[in-house]
Design a protein around this ligand. Structure first.
Ligand code: ADP
Length: 197
């Protein structure tokens, strides 16, 4: 905490007040996985479904954040940590406002995700969007794998920058084994239970 900064707490409406207004709890679904594993695709499908059920959501996508609030950051380890710190703080704000926050960020290491969990607190739910490197490289949605394998991109996750899976995520979605609809529905079912007041 910086000197001479005094955050107000006591006069603010609390998360529970916002949750009561919205009719459901606020949580953060922290979707992580390799580029091309399916985070954005599932996040969008889930958000549409939740929206149609009257649930308040906010989708935070790593690429979109990198176009704005984190646009001064690189893909070095230090900057990845800062990237996650800012995304976590923003997620927390939306969660405290009673939203189901769907965060879609590579967040490649256990340490990085631990940092997110520590910032966000008890509303944090880790969603491992899991597909093997070879499958993601085959999909190559953004053409990044081709460039990375040709040496044109440095610090590429899963290649010359580490990626660690999770042994005990809140939920794991194996997108090379189940189709989008199945993955989305599995997540939806568990989220609807989690956000009940
Ligand atoms: P990421 O956001 O993780 O980088 P994207 O969602 O942009 O990944 O891309 C994932 C790609 O994989 C899309 O082309 C999508 O159609 C495809 N895909 C195949 N199976 C699935 C699945 N079960 N869930 C999500 N995406 C899938």
């Amino acid at each position: 905490m910086q000197e001479n900064i005094f955050p107000i707490k006591h006069t603010l409406l609390q998360q529970l007040d916002k949750e009561k207004l919205n009719g459901h709890k606020g949580i953060v679904l922290w979707m992580f996985g390799l580029s091309g594993s399916g985070k954005t695709t599932i996040a969008r499908a889930l958000e549409n479904e939740l929206y149609s059920k009257g649930i308040h959501t906010k989708l935070l996508d790593g690429d979109n954040l990198r176009a704005g609030i984190t646009n001064n950051l690189t893909f070095s380890i230090e900057d990845r940590v800062e990237n996650i710190r800012r995304a976590s703080e923003v997620s927390k704000l939306f969660m405290e406002n009673g939203n189901v926050v769907i965060c879609s960020l590579v967040s490649p290491t256990k340490d990085i995700r631990k940092q997110a969990q520590e910032i966000i607190g008890k509303g944090f739910r880790e969603v491992f969007v899991n597909a093997p490197f070879e499958v993601c490289a085959e999909r190559d949605v953004k053409g990044l794998y081709k460039k990375a394998l040709a040496g044109e991109i440095k610090n590429f996750t899963g290649l010359d920058s580490p990626f660690e899976g999770s042994e005990n995520p809140f939920i794991e979605l194996r997108t090379h084994e189940k189709d989008l609809e199945t993955c989305k529905n599995e997540l939806l079912e568990i989220v609807l239970k989690e956000i009940q007041l």
